[in-house]
Design a protein around this ligand. Structure first.
Ligand code: OGA
Ligand code: NI
Length: 366
């Protein structure tokens, strides 16, 4: 983080910083201590770093023969039922494209404050916005994260709104977005096929009209990494989220572990591997068979962590509902329909940092 970042818009109150003052925003993350408003209650839930728990799927086999494709779809279905999370290898995106996207992201966060401030906004409906925490200034607890979010599909509709600096940002991030979008269509095709709905069940609604929100996250080094979090436990509203990171820090919650009491699992970083999160809208699509994964981000003392989370969903007002093909007398509809816009409305009124989850508002009680 740049030294002397102008913090004026972020400080609450008007006296010199003292223990009672809330110091938030990018400036807070260059302090040599963790301000009180970032301190999270200590977690007593166990955490494992057993990487074998995280399924790894070779998605190149989706383009193979029928038997090969069926094999991948079986693996994917199990991963979606048990965890709602898997890693993918042989996904076809060139390592240079991944490295370049991480590099322009890193360089964006190193720009002078006045350059980044052009994009600063707390309006969750804005197609491009730069901010910190979840809803900075409004969250009860602040999170040790700076982010830039921008819509990315169709690229020509949004790219002119993206940062022009650092040079190459639009080109390199744009290339990454296009490739990840294509991959998301392939994976969603496999997911709908695994549910018996066919490969093209959502393809036109996701491709031509679907949303892609690229969340570019920066987690600066934290002087006391155990006391704060990069992001609190949450699930994504999306159908799927495809994640690229430069360093480990992502933790996923395995709800079946320890006889159903659950445990956190540290996701290892392996170069070139992408992570896929099942989001709330695939939980709805599967009528609860597939689970949206609860995840959080932990911090470290030495290095800046950058992650690119690409969230893929139906169009802004297109409602995801439980397909009639999956409903029987024994298996009634378990979720209300909802759109991306409904999620944004939820975000305005609720506090994710307090554990509010969009999916909980969709569940139909028996
Ligand atoms: C997110 C998210 C995880 C990460 O942006 O929703 O969960 O590793 N990010 O940054
Ligand atoms: Ni997330």
């Amino acid at each position: 983080m740049e030294k002397g970042e102008d913090s004026s818009t972020f400080k609450m109150g008007n006296s010199a910083p003292g223990p009672a003052q809330k110091i938030i925003g990018p400036c807070a993350m260059s302090l040599p201590y963790v301000p009180d408003c970032y301190v999270v209650p200590p977690s007593c839930e166990p955490c494992d770093s057993n990487s074998e728990i995280v399924p790894t799927i070779d998605v190149s086999r989706l383009k193979g023969g029928d038997d090969e494709r069926r094999g991948v779809i079986r693996e994917l279905s199990l991963a979606c039922q048990h965890l709602g999370f898997f890693q993918i290898v042989n996904h076809g995106i060139n390592q240079n494209i991944l490295d370049d996207a991480l590099e322009v992201a890193r360089r964006f966060f190193e720009l002078p404050a006045k350059e980044k401030k052009k994009f600063m906004s707390n309006d969750v409906y804005a197609p491009v916005r730069y901010s910190t925490s979840l809803k900075d200034g409004l969250d009860k607890i602040q999170f040790w994260r700076i982010f830039l979010k921008h819509y990315a599909h169709p690229l020509h509709r949004w790219i002119h709104l993206w940062p022009e600096n650092p040079p190459g940002y639009r080109e390199k991030m744009g290339k990454f977005c296009e490739e990840v979008k294509e991959l998301s269509i392939e994976i969603m095709g496999a997911i709908t096929e695994s549910l018996g709905l066919g490969r093209d069940y959502l393809s036109s609604r996701m491709d031509e009209n679907g949303m892609q929100v690229m969340t570019v996250n920066c987690y600066p080094p934290c002087p006391d990494p155990e006391t704060a979090l990069g992001l609190p436990p949450h699930s994504d509203y999306s159908c799927i989220t495809i994640l690229l990171q430069n360093l480990a820090g992502l933790k996923i919650f395995d709800p079946m572990a320890h006889g159903g009491s659950g445990r956190w699992v540290a996701v290892p970083e392996v170069t070139g591997v992408l992570k896929v999160h099942i989001g709330d809208h695939v939980e709805v699509l599967s009528n609860g068979l597939y689970k949206s994964i609860v995840h959080k981000v932990t911090l470290n003392e030495e290095n800046t962590r950058i992650s690119l989370a690409s969230l893929h969903s139906l169009g802004m007002d297109d409602k995801m509902s439980v397909p009639c093909e999956l409903v029987t007398d024994e298996n009634p509809v378990r979720y209300k329909e909802s759109s991306f816009k409904d999620f944004l409305d939820f975000l305005v009124k609720n506090d994710i940092s307090q554990g509010d989850r969009f999916i909980d508002t969709l569940r139909i009680k028996d």
